[in-house]
Write a new protein. Sequence first.
Lengths: 387, 457, 1026
Amino acid sequence: MNENKNLYGVTALFDSANEIIHAAKEVEKAGYKNFDVNTPYPVHGMDRAMGLKRSTVGFFTLFFGFSGTAFILLFAYWTMSVNYPMVIGGKPFFALPSFIPVTFETTVLLGGIATVVGILAVFFNLPSNNHPLHDTDYMCSVSNDKYGIVIEAEDPKFNENEVTELLKRLGAKKIHTVMNPGKESFPIFEGRFVVFLILVVLVVCGGTYFTLNKVLYLEPFDWMLEQDKLIPQEKSTIFTDNKGMRTTIEGTVARGYLPYPFKGQTIPTETLANPLLPTKKVLEFGKGKFLTFCSPCHGNYADGDSRLHGQFPNPPTLHSARAREFGDGMIYHIIVNGQNTMPSYETQTTSEERWAIINYIRALQRAKNAKLTDLQEVQKELGVNVK
Amino acid sequence: MEVDYSTEAAVVEGNLRLAEIDRIISRPIEERPGKKYLLALSISSSFLLIGAICVGLTLFYGVGMWGNNQPVGWAFGIVNFVFWIGIGHAGTLISAILFLLRQKWRTGVARFAEAMTIFAVMTAGLFPIIHTGRPWLAGYLTPYPNQHGLWVNLNSPLVWDVFAVSTYFTISLLFWYIGLVPDFATLRDKTISKVKKTIYSVFSLGWRHSNRHWQHYEKAYMILAGLSTPLVLSVHSIVSFDFATSILPGWHTTIFPPYFVAGAIFSGFAMVVTVLVFVRKVFDMENIITLNHLERMNKIILATGMMVGYAYGMEFFIAWYSGVQYEQFVFINRAFGPYAWAYWTMVSCNVIFPQLFWFRKIRRSVPAMFIIVILVNVGMWFERFVIIVSSLHRDFLPSSWGMFVPTLVDLGILLGSFGLFFTLVLLFAKTLPVVSISEIKAVAPGSQPSHAGNHNE
Amino acid sequence: MSEVKESLNNNSAPEKVEPTYWKSFKELHNSNEFIEASHHEFKDGVTDEFELSKLSHLSRRKFLALLGASAALAGAGCADYRDKGEIIPYTKKPEEIIPGKANYYASFSNCCKCRCGILIKTREGRPVKVDGNPDNPVSQGKICAKCQASILGLYDPERLTSPLKKARNGNFEKISWKYVDSEIRNALLKSNGKGIAIIAHTINSPTALSVLEDFRKKYPNTRIYSYELFSEEIKNSAWKKCYGDSQFPLISWDKAKVILSLESDFLGSEGNHIENARLFSNGRDVNNTNKFNRLYVVEGNMSLTGMNADYRLRLRPDAQFEFVMSLLNEVGRKINVDIAGNYKLSAFAKKYSLLSKTLKYLVNDMMKNRGAAIVYAGNSLSEKTHIAVNYLNEILGNKNLYRNETVSLHPYSTKDEWSELVSSMNSGRVGAVIHFDSNPVFHLPSDSGYKHALQKVDTVITLTELESETSLLGNYTLPVNHSFESWGDAKTRTGFYSMQQPVISPLHDSRQKEAALLCWIEKDGFEYKENLYHEYLVKNWQENIYTGLKAGLPFKQFWLGALHDGVVIFNENVPSTAGFNNTALADLNSTADVSGFAVVLKESYSIGDGRFANNGWLQELPHPVSKVTWDNYAAVSQATAKELGIDTNDYIEITIEKRKLKIPVLVQPGSADKTITIESGYGRTKSGTIGTGVGFNVNVLLTSAYGLSPWLFSSAQVKKAGGSYEIVTTQEHQSFDIELLKDAAQKRGIIREGTVNEFLKNPHFLHENSEHKLDTFYPEFPYKDVKWGMAIDLNKCLGCGECVVACTAENNVPVVGKEQVKRGREMQWIRIDRYYSGSVEEPSVSTQPMLCQHCDHAPCENVCPVAATTHSPDGLNQMVYNRCVGTRYCSNNCPYKVRRFNFFNFRDNFNDGYQLDNIFSLVYNPEVTVRSRGVMEKCTFCVQRIMEAREIATREKRKLRGYDVKTACQEACPTNAIVFGDSNDKEAELSKYRNHNLGYHVLEELNVRPNVTYIAKLRNTHTEEV
C-alpha cells in the first residue's frame, strides 16, 4: 500500500509503439487498474492491450440528435400553426414537406454539439490544466515522440518499488516518480483577472444596449417610424400657425355638406323640411344621438329634468305646447344655431343626425301625450287587448 | 518520376522521424514572419480594406449602389455567397468523407482544408446579410419572435439556408477544434514562451495524450465525420433549393442539388490546390504535402469537373425534353443571348480545361495545375453568375426583361471577399499547425506497431 | 398618451353662469348663496375633498381617476420612448371636417382648356388627391393624367412664394404686393397712351372675361390676346369655310360604326380625349360584340389611336390630302357625285405601297355604313385636307354624328394680330404686357420676334405659378394661385357651366390672377382682400348669369347647390349644322408637294405643351407607345433609320428652311418612311429642378409663316448629326428580326387575341386548344365571404396610362428619375405592357396593364424568409413593409415581375433630396405608408380603401360588399376597362367578366391562381382575315 501521500504515480518512457503495447499488456496482466498510457498519437490496438471497454459516445450523439429532431418539429408546428398562423402561398399552416430541411439540420447540429461537449466534459472531464502530469519531462516527451506509461498511487496494488521493478523489467528507458502538486492555485480568481472580467461584462452590456436602442435608430437606418406624411392632429411647420389640420374656406361647399342657409337668424325667415321618415331605424339612430347630445340637459325623456340637477338653469321641457308647435325645421334651426343658453350643436352633429334626433323628439312628444286612438292602434298592432 | 501504384505511396516522404515532423510543422508558428509572407498579407488585407469601404457605401446608401435592378434582384451578392459556400465544401469532404473512406493521404491536407472551409463559410456568411435592403433587421432571419411577435417563415429556402449554413459552420468549427486539441497539447509542451504556453494550455484544455482519451477521441472523430458527410451534402443541396424551389425557368430544376454539390467540391478542391501549392513551397512542407496529394486532388477535380459538364448538358436536354417554352428559351438565351460570353467562359473553364488532367504530366506539374485550378475557380464563379443573372434577366413576361450591369461597388465587394478569405488563411498559417501533427505522426512510417498489436489473438 | 394627461391636468374652474332668464328672485338678484351654489358644478359632498376610496364602484369619476393614474404610470414607464411629436387638435372644428375622414369638393382644374370636372379629396382641409366629378356631363367622373398630377403642382416646392421684381443688376428680388400694386398701377396709367397687351391661354371663364372687360374699361387701350400651342384653329377655319360656323363640332363616336382617323390622335391627345375615349369604348363592349365599331387609322407615326386600330396604314402626313382626295373620288364615283381632280385610289395605293385590300375594305365599309362612317382628320393636317374631309363626311351623310356643343368665349388671336402686336411692341407703342399665366416666349415661333420685341416694352408683368422663360424677360414675376386655391367658373360646352372653388387657402403669398387685375383696376391705396375675386364671382353670377338661367331656387341656395355639384346644368339649344358651302371646294384642286422629309410636331402625352415640365409624376409616366420617360425624341421608321445610317439614340439634324434642330432618334415600329414625329413641350430652359433641360425644344421649328399647318412641315432636310444620346424606356426595345424573340408575348399566351367574327362564330375559341388540368398538392384554402378580384377588359384598355398616375398619387409612389429608370428601377405599381407583333413596318400592338395579380398560390409568399408577404383572409397578397428586410427573393420569384424594390431612399436619392422637401409631406396619402429604402412594395389593391369601406360597413352594421370599394386605377380608367370587386359574389359585375368566355389569366399554366382576369382583345377585322 502506498505510504507517501504526496505521490501521484510512477511514469516510464518507451521508444517504440511495439514496446509500449507490450508494456501496457504486462501492466494490465499484473492486475493494475489505475494506470494510463500516453502516446503522441493513437496507437492501434492500445485499447485492447489496456483492456478498455468499447466507447459509448455514440449513444450520446444518438440521443441528442433525435431530441433535436423532435424539438424542431414541435417548434415548426407551434410557431407556424399555433402561435402566429399565416396563410403562405395557399399552403396549410403545417406544411411538413417544407420543414424537412431544417429538421435535418437541427438534428445534425444538436448531435454534433452533444458529441463534442460530451467527450470533452463527460468522458475526459477536461479542462484539467493542473493535472500532476503537466509540466513534467514525461509529458513533454510523450507529446513529442516518446511513449509513456504511468501507474497511479491510487491503485490498490500500488507499491512504489514493485512498480519501478515491473517497469524496469519491461525495458522502460526513463522511470520517474510524479508528485501531486501542493495546494492548487486558481488563476481565474486572481483579482486582476476578476476586474478584467467585470470590465468585459460592462463593455458588452453597455455596447449592446447602446447599439440596440440608439445606434440602430441613427441615419441611415430607417425603421419607417417617422414618415414625412401629415397625419391628423399633427404639427406642420409648413403653415405659419404650425397646424397640420387646416380649416375650410369661407364660402366653399363640400360634397354632402350643403351649409344651413338660415344660419345666424334668431327667427328664421324660412325653414327646411324634414327629409327623413320616422322609420324604426331612424328612430333608433335618433334615440342614440338624443341620449348623447340632448339628454344631459333636456333629460332622457325630454322633460327638461336635467341630469345636472338644476345646477345649470334648467332647460325647458320639450313637451311644452311651444315646443310641440315648433315645425321640424324650427327645431333643426335651434340645434344648428342654439338658443338662449343652449349652444350651437352644428359641429357635433351632422344634418342627418339632427333630423333623426328631431324625429325621435317627435316620437317622445307623441308618447307623452298620446290619445286613446293611439292605444287602439297599438292594440291593433300587438293584437292584444289592453285595458 | 516513376510511381508504383501497386503499393500505396507513402503518405509522409523522406522517412521523417516523429521529432522531425514536430519541428517542420511547428516551424512557421515559431519563426518570425518572412518578407514573402508580409507582402502576401499586405496585399490581401488591402483587398479586404477595399471590400470594407464598398460594404460601408452599401450600408449607408443602400443596395442601389450595386447593379441589381427590377428583373435581376439577385446578382453579385448571391453569386459570391454560393461561390464561397462551395469553396468550403472541399474541406469537409477531405476531412470527413475521405476519413470515412480510410484515405490516409488526406492527413497531409485535411487540417488546411478544414481551415479553408471555416474561412470560406465565414466569407460566404457575410453576403446574405449585406445583400438585404435593411441589414439592420437581419436578425429577423433567425428563429426568434421579433418585435412583431413574428417567427421566421420555415417555408422559405432562405430560412433553410440560415439553418444549414450556421449548422455547417458550427460543426466544421467543432470538428476542426477537436482535431487541434492534441496539437495544442504538443505545442504547449514544446514552447518555452510563457504567454504562448498559457494560451496553448487554455486551448488544449489540459490534454494529456492519454490512451483512455484517445479511445473515445477516435470514436467521436469518426462520429463527427459521419455527421459531417450528410451535412456537407445537405448544405449545398439546400443552397441549391434557393433556386430549385422557385418557379423561375432556369432555376426550377431537379438536377440542382447533385449538380451544386459536385460543383462545390469541384471549386473547393481547386481552391485547396491553389492555396496548398503556395503553402508547401513557402513553409517547405513538400515532404508532408506531397505531389501525390496534389495529383490525387487533381484527379478529383477532373472527375467532378466532368460531373458538372454532364449537368450542363443535361440541363439543355431536359429543357428541350420538357417542351416548356420558357425553359427552352432560357437555355437558348444563356448560350446565345446577351450573356453568352459568361456562359462560354463557364463552359470552357469548368469542362474543357480540366480535361488536361487526363495527362499525368500535367496532373503532376505544379505550374500547369496552378493555371488550371485558377481557371476552374473563375469558371465556377461564372457558373453561379450564369445561373442567377442570365435566368433572371429574361423570365416570363418580355415586358419586364432587363439587363444587369455590375457597378464598381459590386466589383469592390467581390475583391474584398477574396481579401478577407486570404487574410484569414494567412493568419491561420502563421498561428496554428497547418497540418495535423498527431495524425501525421500516426501515419508516419513505423509509427504503428509492426503487427498492429494483434499478436496473441 | 400626452393628450390624455393634458385633459387630466386642466381641472377647469366652473365659470359663473350668467342667467339670461330667471326662475327665482334669488337668482335674479344674484344672491350670494345662489352664485355660491352655482359655482359648484355638482351637489355638495361630491365635489368637496374628492377621494377615490370613498367613491362607489361604478363611478364615472373613479373611472377617470384610474384612467389618469394608469395614463401617468404608462407615461412614466415609456419615458425613454421615441417622442411622436405634439398633437394639435381643432379649437373650433368645422362642421364638415372629421379628422381622419376625407371630404370631397367639386371643382375643375386649369390644367388644360377642357376644364374637366374634378372632385378634390381633402383630409383635414388639405387636398390629397384628385378624382373626376361624376356630375360633370362631359368628363363624367374621368380625368386625364395631367389633371391627376396637378395635385403635385400645388405642392411644387419651387412655386413662387412672393412677388419678384427685376432689379437693376438684372436678377429678381422679393417685393411685397403692396409696392407691386402701386408701381403697376402707375405704370399702367403712364402707359395709358400706349397700348396694354394681356396675353392669355384659352379664356373660357365668363367671369374672368368680364374682369378683363372691366380692366379694359379702366385702361381702354388694352388688347387681349389668347393662344394655345396646340389648338384646332386649322380645323375650325376649314369648318368655317364649309359650314360658316367657326367651331368644329364634336363627334358622337359612340354612334359611329366605322371610324377613319387621319393622322389624328383623338384617343390620346386631341380634343377632349377623355370624352372621346369614353364614347369610343362604348363600341367595344364584349357583352355586345355585334355592336363593335371598326377603327381605321392612317397615320405617319404610331400613336395611341394607331395602337388601337383594327386596320392601320402608314402614310406620311403631307400625303394625307392626296389620300383624302383619292378616297373622295372613289366614294364619289360609287354614289355618282363628281369630284374635281383626277385622283385614283389604286394609283395612290401603289404610290405609297398601301395595302389595297385594306383600302377596299375601307371603301366598302364606308359605303355600307353611310351616315355612321365618320372620317376624322388630325389637327396638324392642312386646311384643304380638312375641307376635303368635311366634304367626304358631307357626301357620306355623317352630319348626324356632329354635335355642335363647343363654346368659345374668346377667339384665338390670328397670325396677323400677333405680327401686328410684335411690330407695335418693337415700335414702342406698347407700354405694358401682362402675361396672364402664359409662356409665349417658349411657345410662340422664334421668327415671330416676340422675344426680341419684349425688350422694347417698359413694363412686362408675368402672372405665373413657376418662373418661366417668359417671366425671366419681364420686370415683375407675380405668383398666382394654383387651381385648387382659386375660385372660378367656365363655359366650355352648351348646356352647362362648370364651377371652381378653392380647397385650401393659398400656401404662398400668391393671388388669383383675376384678383390681381381687379386690384389694379381700383385706385391707389385699395386694400386687397383674399376673397376679392370670390365676391366678384358671386356678384357677377347673381347679376348676369343667374338671371339668365331662370333657376327655380333663390340665388343663395342656387349658388351653394352649384358649388356643391360643380356644374350648373340648364337648357340651351344646340345649333344645328348648316348646309355645305360648295365654294369651299375651290381650294381642293391644288395638291400638296410631297418632298423630302415630313416633320410633325405633336403635343406631349404627359407634359402637354410644357406646362407640366416640372411635374415628376408626368415626366416619369412612360410614353404610351414607346415607353420612353424623361425625354422626347424623333420617331422614325426602321427603313428611314437605315437610310440615314443611324439607330436609336443617335443624333440627327433636322433643317426646315433656316430652322435647325438636333435631336436623338428612336426607331418606332409602324411609322411611315421619311416621316419624323416629335413631341413638343420638352427642352424647357427655365422650369424648376425637374423640368429644366429635360428633352429637346422643338418649338424652334415653329414658324409664323407656315405653309400646310403650324405643326406639319414638308420637304425638310434630315441628316445624321453624329454623336449619340441615351433615351431611357421602361420596357426593353423589342427586336423583330430575332426569331426567338419575335411575337414572344403571343407565343407565350400572355397576349391572347381573336377577331369579332371568330368570337361570334365560336364563343369558346379562346380556350379550345388550351385545356390543361391544374392540380394542387395541398387542399385549397377556403376564402369565406369577400374575396377580392379584378378583371381588366383589354378591348377597352387603350394603354393611355391614366391609371399609372392615379396609382402613383394614391399610393405615395416616389419619383426615381431618369438615371434610375435607365437602371430598371422605376417604382410605378401598375405598368402598361406594350407588345408588338408582326413586322416592324406594319406591327399590330397589344397593351396590357400589369399589376400585382394577388395569386392564391403566391410564389412570392413561400420564399420570403421573414413572412413579410402573406395572404389575408379576403384573398389579398399583403406586403408588410415593417417586416421586410429586403432580400428581393419575392421579386425574383414573381413571374409577373410586378414587385418594386426601394434600392435607395428614392426621395433622398432623386435630385439630391428634392422630394425630401418638407412640403412634399402634404402630397402623401395619410392612409398609406411612406416606404423607406430597402423595402419591397407592390400593388395592394388599394387596401387602405378596402379598410375604409370595411369601417363604414361595420358602422352601418352591414356586410361589406364588393362594389363598396373602387381602386384608384379603376376610378381613373377613362374607359372603365378595370372592374374590381368580390369574386365570391356571383351576381357582381366582376363575376360577369371573370366567367366570360374571353377571360383568361396570364401564365395560368404556372398554377399560381392569379386573381386578375384579362378579357382577350377582339380585333374587328373582316372574316377573310381569320
